[in-house]
Write a protein that binds this ligand. Structure first.
Ligand code: BG6
Length: 507
């Protein structure tokens, strides 16, 4: 009987390893990301006993706070945002004893922070292992990294790592400059660039589906696949983030990172192992092979739009330009659709259609691999009327799961064929709540595993792909077309696909 060959050196590389005793320093320690995502994730790790045996978490921010006040504020925030409810007060109390706050309003604040870190190391025996988490607005990244270097915040023993939130730069050039600055203090293998999509269970499952099973991979190429559709649809609008979003738009906010990472995972070759180098080497090859969009024929490949007024899930919502903090004549895109090609042996000529937008009719992130139709139809046209081509749909969120669509005989006399679904549903199969992406990513960073973080060359290629499109739109005379909120985006986005004799899936 054939057995699976497991490489003993690789086995267990990403399996549960308790992180070493360490200190997590969160810059932006009293900010929105910390209260909504990072602290709830850390608390849930504590609940699962996945944090190191000894650890401390030090929040740093400009305005001063006492440790007690910090703990009290986070108690409320975590109670509200934790994925597990209600808060386990006993676990919270022992978790909160590890929380500290240091104000860094000026340069002196960084010295105070350094002294506090040294003291905590001595008291707890954390060997100066330090994870610096930059949860601030991007403008603060470079000054903070420089301050870490200038004030000697890296410990004299142990390891130091830095976690950086997206957006990483606002174009290729600024991302390169940011990386250079970071490299004056941290080596590349100490830099953990977050794309939280990579921490999602269902996104990791793309690789498991493809590479832990023998049946999909033989079909996963230009011979059997007709095209691929990747959708990141949101019902929410810009919310309270106009200050950031006006500068970013959907291209920088979602396409440059989440969408291109999903594409890379779907299109990459099998890695030699599931480790940071092998996986990222393969992803970056895909990003290198992405065909640049021809700026002279932009509308054949890239469509943008901006939401107008409309109804989402039955509720009247304002236009993007009516949102607080948005310019009345804003040209920021809230929707992008793209037709891309990966110019390599596996995918030559196969379109990857991608779309993302805010204020669409429903929240849905999915990847659909649409297969070619059967080469010869033995059944009458009438029998197979309305039959869709086979598709494998990876549902990232919500309703996480996988569906295989194929034709089946309708149970009536004679032959009638209808599309049916073979479904795998995460919730029903595993009966446990998946961890939040931030739990996975923080734990990986503490363990020093960078597999689910983006490397400098990936980010560089992602910008290389989107920059020319962003530039062309910035200088285009026309503003983005308006689509009604609660619809699937501008009409031109449909044309992008129908021009090829295809249609967007009803996600
Ligand atoms: C963030 C974007 O990276 O991802 C937001 O900045 C977007 O605009 C969010 O809403 C979507 O993430 P998720 O996990 O809700 O799909």
């Amino acid at each position: 009987m054939a057995t699976t060959v497991v490489n003993p050196l690789r086995e267990g590389l990403r399996l549960a390893r308790t992180p070493e005793p360490s200190t997590i320093v969160i810059f932006g320690g009293s900010g929105d990301l910390t209260s909504r995502k990072l602290m709830p994730a850390l608390y849930n790790l504590a609940l699962q006993r996945l944090l190191p045996a000894t650890f401390s978490i030090v929040g740093a921010a400009r305005q001063p706070l006492t440790d007690k006040r910090y703990r009290d504020e986070l108690h409320t925030a975590v109670g509200e945002h934790s994925r597990t409810k209600p808060l386990n007060e006993e676990v919270w109390r022992s978790f909160a004893e590890h929380l500290y706050f240091v104000g860094t309003p000026d340069e002196r604040g960084y010295d105070t922070l350094g002294q506090r870190l040294d003291r905590l190391d001595q008291d707890l025996g954390t060997n100066a292992n330090r994870l610096f988490y930059l949860a601030t607005p991007p403008a603060a990244y470079e000054p903070i990294v420089k301050a870490i270097g200038a004030h000697g915040l890296r410990g004299s023993t142990g390891w130091s790592r830095v976690v950086i939130e997206k957006p990483f730069g606002r174009d290729r050039e600024s991302a390169r400059v940011l990386t250079e600055t970071i490299h004056t203090v941290f080596r590349e293998d100490e830099v953990f660039r977050i794309d939280h999509y990579l921490g999602k269970e269902t996104v990791q499952n793309i690789l498991v589906m493809r590479f832990a099973n023998g049946i999909f991979e033989p079909l996963w190429n230009r011979q059997y696949v007709d095209h691929v559709q990747i959708t990141v649809a949101e019902t929410i609008g810009v919310e309270e983030r106009a200050g950031y979003y006006e500068q970013a738009g959907a291209m920088r906010d979602i396409v440059q990172n989440h969408l291109l990472q999903l594409l890379a995972l779907v299109a990459m070759e099998p890695p030699a192992a599931f480790d940071d180098k092998s996986v990222r080497d393969e992803k970056v090859k895909v990003l290198h092979a992405l065909r640049p969009v021809d700026a002279d024929r932009l509308s054949d490949h890239a469509i943008r739009g901006q939401y107008g007024r409309g109804f989402v899930e039955g509720v009247a919502v304002p236009a993007y330009r009516e949102e607080q903090g948005v310019a009345k004549d804003s040209r920021t895109e809230t929707y992008v659709a793209l037709k891309c090609f990966v110019d390599n042996w596996r995918w030559e000529g196969i379109p990857f259609y991608m779309r993302t937008g805010k204020r669409l009719p429903k929240r849905s992130t999915e990847i659909a691999i649409q297969f070619r139709v059967a080469p010869h139809q033995v059944f009458s046209r009438e029998a197979s009327e309305g039959l869709d081509p086979n598709a494998l749909v990876l549902r990232i969120q919500p309703d996480e799961g996988v569906s295989l669509k194929f034709g089946a005989k309708v149970p009536v006399q004679g032959i009638r064929i209808r599309t049916v679904n073979m479904d795998f549903d995460y919730g029903a199969s595993f009966m446990v709540d998946a961890p939040d992406a931030y739990e996975t990513l923080i734990l990986d960073a503490l363990r020093g595993d960078a597999t689910l973080f983006t490397r400098r060359d990936e980010v560089d290629q992602q910008w290389a792909f989107v920059d020319p499109i962003i530039d062309a739109w910035a200088t285009a005379p026309a503003a983005p077309p308006i689509y009604e909120a609660g619809t699937w985006g501008p009409a031109d986005a449909d044309a992008l696909v129908t021009a090829d004799g295809r249609a967007w899936r009803k996600a």
